[in-house]
Ligand binder design. Structure first.
Ligand SMILES: Nc1ncnc2c1ncn2[C@@H]1O[C@H](COP(=O)(O)OP(=O)(O)OP(=O)(O)O)[C@@H](O)[C@H]1O
Length: 468
């Protein structure tokens, strides 16, 4: 049994946490404010603290330092509805163990506590990313998906680990790379984005690694490459999928050995940069095609963050739209959006993601001439570039599902059943949706599904048993 202190001013939330934790065999103390939490933590040692950020009086983040005085070894788990990158950063700076985004499921809580207590009186079922660093100007994202990404960025920023950012064009990979840099120990050094796709294939080696005088025609003086020029800063290798195969070994060496050899020289030179790579291509596909090295992929994907397309985080559209509109209008002249324009914004597919949204708002602000933005002020949506929307839409959430599951599995301890798990998740959705379409008529649904009615009934009872 552990003593868990829950600090939250929402009585209903506290009640359900208390019920659950008590049923799991723990002793629970509840405080509605930071001040009350200090009294409880002083009165009796606590083993873990679940701490809300928004509290009456002192806020959760400010309370951490004092709670630490009473419970220096106890894991503190932050719970918040609208975590910003700043909160994630502060939480990690204060040594917070983990960061739970409200609303979270009891399963997630169980998993976090399982990790916090290391031993498994609560047994670990699912892995959640840890929290860590950044501060940002405006990295907007209230959606649960972005909240999880903030946590992951916060966690990795402080370290020197390479980060791989993937996601469709315009999803914010560069914005996040800058946020990682801003919140790293290298923040007062350079952030150097290198657009690999824009460098001419003949010059890319010399651009990245530098050259000696006379290394090739036109190289009339010694020149350090971008990796040396970044001097203790962060290099963003943008469009990593476009780096020629012939340079990939050299890049791998630069990352692993932290040294470069200029073109036309034998001597190695030390570098001290943090690498972040970004791409909207599937590196796994490129590996399969033989145009990307597997070893480089594994080196760079130690910490992989996949950004979901905007159409999978529609909760962020409203805030982003207001943010972009405020940027192009003055606070007093900001016309806002008509309800129908906002509905339109929230329902578009946004194949160009946040970049397309920003452009659309800038266009609409001019077209509306100071009046509230209406649907007719918006430009036409851009078409999907792939022409294979359906395949793409499957791919990206599936990739994330796989990443998240892999994250949570300990290959030495757990018996993974990813194939079975995925199929049962998909099957449950398919069956539920078909029943809705067929107005719960099982005979009709079994015909549509091509399943024997008896098989459907048995699958249905399995689905219902697993979700109850
Ligand atoms: N979370 C965010 N909050 C506010 N603005 C954002 C956010 N994400 C992206 N943007 C804005 O959207 C635009 C595109 O972002 P960014 O250039 O980072 O995308 P990208 O994924 O790197 O695109 P590409 O793959 O085409 O290089 C930029 O104007 C950026 O400022």
């Amino acid at each position: 049994m552990r003593h868990i202190l829950v600090v939250d001013d929402e009585a209903r939330h506290c009640d359900s946490l208390e019920d659950y934790l008590t049923q799991s065999g723990h002793r629970v103390s509840v405080a509605g404010s930071a001040e009350r939490a200090f009294e409880l933590a002083e009165a009796s040692p606590v083993d873990a603290i679940l701490l809300d950020v928004r509290l009456p009086g002192m806020d959760g983040i400010s309370a951490i330092a004092r709670l630490r005085q009473y419970a220096p070894e106890s894991p503190i788990i932050i719970m918040t509805a609208f975590g910003t990158l700043d909160i994630a950063v502060s939480a990690v700076r204060e040594g917070v163990f983990e960061y739970l985004v409200k609303p979270f499921t009891l399963k997630e809580l169980k998993s976090v506590l399982g990790r916090a207590f290391a031993s498994d009186s609560l047994s670990v079922e699912e892995g959640e990313p840890r929290t860590s660093d950044p501060v940002a100007d405006a990295v907007i994202g209230r959606s649960p998906a972005m909240q999880r990404i903030f946590n992951r960025i916060a966690l990795v920023a402080a370290s020197d680990v390479p980060v791989l950012l993937t996601g469709e064009s315009g999803t914010g990979k560069e914005v996040l790379a800058r946020a990682i840099h801003r919140n790293s120990s290298r923040h007062n050094k350079r952030f150097l984005p290198v657009f690999l796709a824009a460098l001419s294939p003949g010059l890319i080696e010399s651009e990245l690694f530098g050259h000696a005088r006379g290394a090739y025609t036109g190289a009339d003086q010694h020149r350090p490459g971008l990796l040396e020029q970044a001097a203790e800063g962060t290099v963003l290798l943008d469009e990593l999928g476009d780096i020629p195969l012939s340079l990939q070994v050299k890049l791998l060496r630069a990352i692993e050995q932290r040294e470069v050899t200029r073109v036309g020289e034998d001597q190695t030179r030390p570098i001290s940069v943090r690498f972040i790579a970004a791409t909207n291509k599937s590196l796994l596909d490129l590996i399969a095609e033989g145009t990307f090295r597997e070893d480089l992929y594994y080196r760079l994907s130690v910490y992989h963050i996949e950004l979901p397309p905007l159409r999978e985080r529609r909760e962020d559209i409203g805030e982003l739209a207001h943010y972009f509109l405020r940027r192009v209008t003055t606070a007093t002249a900001c016309p806002g959006f008509s309800p129908s324009a906002m509905t339109e914004l929230e329902s578009r597919p946004w194949y160009g993601n946040i970049r397309e949204l920003r452009n659309a708002i800038e266009h609409a602000a001019i077209a509306s001439r100071g009046a509230p933005i209406a649907p007719e002020h918006l430009p036409c949506p851009i078409a999907s570039v792939s022409g294979g929307v359906e395949a793409n839409e499957w791919r990206s959430p599936l990739n994330r599902w796989i990443e998240e599951r892999l994250h949570s599995i300990d290959p030495l301890k757990d018996r993974a059943r990813l194939h079975e798990e995925l199929l049962s998740e998909i099957e449950a959705t398919l069956i539920e949706m078909m029943l809705v379409r067929c107005r719960q008529n099982q005979a009709a649904a079994s015909r549509m599904l091509g399943l024997d009615p008896k098989t459907l009934r048995s699958k249905l009872s399995q689905v219902r048993a697993s979700t109850s």
